[in-house]
Design a protein around this ligand. Structure first.
Ligand SMILES: Nc1ncnc2c1ncn2[C@@H]1O[C@H](COP(=O)(O)OP(=O)(O)OP(=O)(O)O)[C@@H](O)[C@H]1O
Length: 702
């Protein structure tokens, strides 16, 4: 049943999340803010200096300027004697005439050599100012980018941790492509907006405010005219910003669908090829890409209009200043220098306004991505170490505070299902079990058989608490401890679970086998430092593992490798590993793609043996093997299953023979249970016997 769409997240909440993400970077942002202030100061000085210098050059001497600054009784500017318009001043007089007496500090005036040319001094001064501006830009950019990368890294780690801890129902609903998309594209967009875009926003905001302030100072009337252009443009910007946001979100969803298709097809390329569906899949992806393109085209059109208007509005402001400013000059209300200053400021202000509007567009895009990330971070996850408390004291073990160290009860047989009812969360109306009763006795191997889809693998899912029963209980051990009373992590580390597809990860054989050690605990890695486990294993002396389920084992590397070899010998895989040139360092490719099915199955078994658990769940581990590999695996299994409680999920008669008892699943219940002899006895027309007879008839070689 499709989930109802979640209600839209309030913008305030998204904003609060943004703030929370950015908070650890406060020192970097404060440094950037200081750099923005310095940088803006240096930028804003330029038009002012240019205007003043132009007037100084045009008016030619200090006297006219000083007279002019006094104004006339009627408020107009005094007439200018253009015959005196030549640069007859020395550098100090020129600077003083340009900026007014006392504006440049005395110490700076003292630095000016008496015979220096006015323009050289002005240029040198401006170069000095720009060097400071360049330094400020460097500081702002570097701090903000580093902060942005830190935010992205932190957010990615958090999103990944959140994904890993999601309930399995989450993965039943969301495709891998969608999740990967959140991890890469959405996080990048949010981090970019929080850092880079925010830095441009601050710069443009400060520059725009500075420019408008200076315009107000230079000519309040012209400034007011310029400001009249802004409100309609801003309303327009907000309208289009929202449209761009919605389309960005839609595009990301379409891209995620394309990602899912690509991920699934590429990771199962052998099946695609075996079905001869190469072209079909290429077509499917192309079709999805057309959907992406359709949305992207619409979005580009909106963005084009949006940015075009933003840019046009900036230019419109400039033209307005030129039109009205020109009239003011001819009326003698302002000088040509003032008009130049105003024009340059209106360029700055126009640029800043269009940049601010673009920022709004980016912010809206990031809000779309952020909503998806924050939804994910807030989705209900599997409860971590819960309310449970350790119940058993480890003999002689003390914790750091010197008190007795406790641990969880050892997960061992028997395994008892008591009135268990269950339906998958994605299909709540389709019960898999109803009132199921089953006991796997201590140290026995119980084979679970039944038609395909009868729920054999679902039993394993319940024992490992991938899913929780809707009713009833699962108990373990002679003390009948309920499964839910121990933390999931402890439970899973205490059970060896080998699935039918025997998944291995990219890396070396050794990397994969080491994952079997029960004492490797994530608590030694914090989400924030992201330490790599294997280098730590090599430095064993500097790293003491937790007590795990082995009661305080701390093996060094040599001991570990010796255990790995023993496990491989038992699982019948040592010989082929040692034949490889790189032995345990052989890289096996993504999902162990460079190995045969039988090799993968036996390596997965070795990994399970290393765990040394009392309870084994073996889910059709020989399903994909030929009879020779299966026989090798069975020889290995016979050694492993001794003194362990094992639930063997099996289809084929050949793989059931090693079981002590057999349970037949049907209609959500156990319909038969007994020893192979009992169930095969001719005196009893058992469902199991019919199943075996059918198999032997259809596949007599098995
Ligand atoms: N993640 C899931 N979400 C929803 N339904 C599921 C899920 N996994 C399995 N099912 C359904 O639950 C039922 C039991 O599946 P299960 O895999 O346990 O059967 P099985 O006996 O192991 O089958 P097989 O022998 O073919 O492996 C099936 O009808 C299946 O469609």
């Amino acid at each position: 049943m499709p989930d109802p769409l979640p209600p839209p997240r309030p913008a305030r909440k998204t904003f609060q999340h943004f703030l929370a993400l950015a908070r650890p970077e406060t020192p970097a942002f404060l440094t950037a803010l200081a750099a923005v202030a310095v940088g803006t100061g240096t930028t804003v000085v330029f038009p002012f200096a240019i205007g003043k210098c132009m007037d100084a050059m045009a008016l030619g001497n200090t006297k006219q300027l000083v007279d002019r600054s006094k104004g006339t009784a009627d408020g107009t500017l005094p007439a200018i004697d253009t015959t005196a318009a030549h640069l007859s001043m020395n550098a100090s007089e020129f600077i003083e005439a340009s900026f007014g007496p006392g504006v440049i500090p005395a110490w700076a005036m003292d630095l000016i050599p008496p015979d220096a040319a006015p323009l050289s001094v002005l240029s040198a001064g401006l170069v000095g100012v720009f060097v400071v501006g360049a330094l400020a830009t460097f500081v702002r950019n570097t701090t903000v980018h580093v902060a942005g990368e830190r935010i992205a890294a932190r957010l990615r780690k958090r999103v990944f941790a959140s994904v890993v801890h999601q309930r399995l129902a989450f993965f039943d609903r969301s495709g891998t492509g969608e999740v990967m998309n959140r991890l890469s594209n959405d996080v990048t967009q949010v981090a970019k907006t929080l850092s880079e875009d925010t830095s441009y926003f601050l710069r443009n905001f400060a520059q725009g405010a500075g420019a408008l302030g200076m315009m107000l100072y230079t000519s309040p009337q012209l400034c007011a005219i310029m400001l009249g252009v802004i409100p309609p443009v801003a309303v327009w910007g907000v309208f289009f910003g929202k449209k761009v946001r919605d389309l960005s979100k839609q595009m990301v969803d379409e891209l995620a669908n394309a990602g899912s298709i690509a991920e699934e097809r590429i990771s199962n390329i052998r099946t695609v090829r075996a079905l001869g569906n190469d072209e079909l899949e290429v077509g499917r992806y192309a079709h999805q890409m057309n959907n992406v393109f359709r949305v992207a085209k619409h979005k580009s059109l909106m963005q084009g209009i949006y940015y075009g208007v933003a840019m046009g509005s900036g230019n419109l402001g400039m033209v307005t200043v030129l039109y009205f400013g020109g009239q003011y000059v001819s009326e003698g209300l302002i000088t040509v220098g003032d008009l130049s200053t105003m024009l340059l400021y209106s360029v700055y202000a126009g640029f800043s306004i269009s940049a601010l509007l673009s920022y709004y567009g980016d912010l809206m895009k990031a809000a779309g991505s952020a909503e998806r990330i924050f939804d994910l971070l807030e989705t209900e996850k599997t409860p971590s170490r819960g309310r449970e408390t350790p119940t058993q004291v480890i003999k002689g073990a003390m914790d750091k505070e010197g008190s007795r160290m406790k641990t969880w009860p050892q997960v061992r047989g028997p395994l008892i299902f008591e009135g268990v009812s269950f339906a998958y969360p994605t299909r709540p109306d389709f019960p898999i079990f109803q009132d199921l009763e089953l006991e796997v006795r201590e140290n026995e191997t119980l084979a679970l058989v039944g038609p395909s889809g009868s729920g054999k693998s679902s039993i394993a899912g319940l024992v490992t608490r991938m899913y929780e029963p809707n009713a009833g209980r699962i108990l373990f051990g002679p003390e009948r401890v309920p499964l839910e009373s121990v933390p999931k992590e402890h439970l899973r580390k205490s059970i060896s679970y080998v699935t039918q597809d025997a998944v291995l990860f990219s890396g070396s054989v050794r990397d994969n086998l080491f994952l079997g050690f029960p004492d490797i605990e994530s608590s030694h890695l914090s989400v924030d430092d992201g330490l790599n486990l294997f280098p730590l294993l090599e430095k064993q002396e500097a790293f003491t593992f937790g007590h795990g389920i082995q009661g305080g084992n701390a093996w060094n590397m040599e001991e570990r490798m010796s255990r790995v070899r023993d496990a491989c010998r038992t699982a019948n895989c040592l010989a082929f590993i040692e034949q490889w040139e790189d032995g345990f360092d052989t890289v096996i490719g993504e999902r162990g793609a460079q190995l045969s099915g039988g090799q993968r199955a036996r390596l997965a078994l070795a990994r399970a043996i290393l765990r040394d658990s009392h309870v084994l769940l073996l889910d059709e581990i020989s399903a994909a093997l030929d009879s020779v590999s299966e026989a090798a695996l069975h020889t290995a299994l016979e050694r492993v299953l001794k003194n362990r409680t094992t639930l063997l999920i099996a289809h084929r008669w050949s793989s059931i023979q090693i079981a002590d008892r057999i349970a037949v699943l049907g209609d959500g219940k156990i319909i038969e249970i007994g020893t192979p002899q009992d169930l095969l006895s001719t005196s009893y027309n058992s469902a199991f016997r019919r199943l075996v007879e059918h198999q032997l008839k259809t596949a007599p070689t098995m």
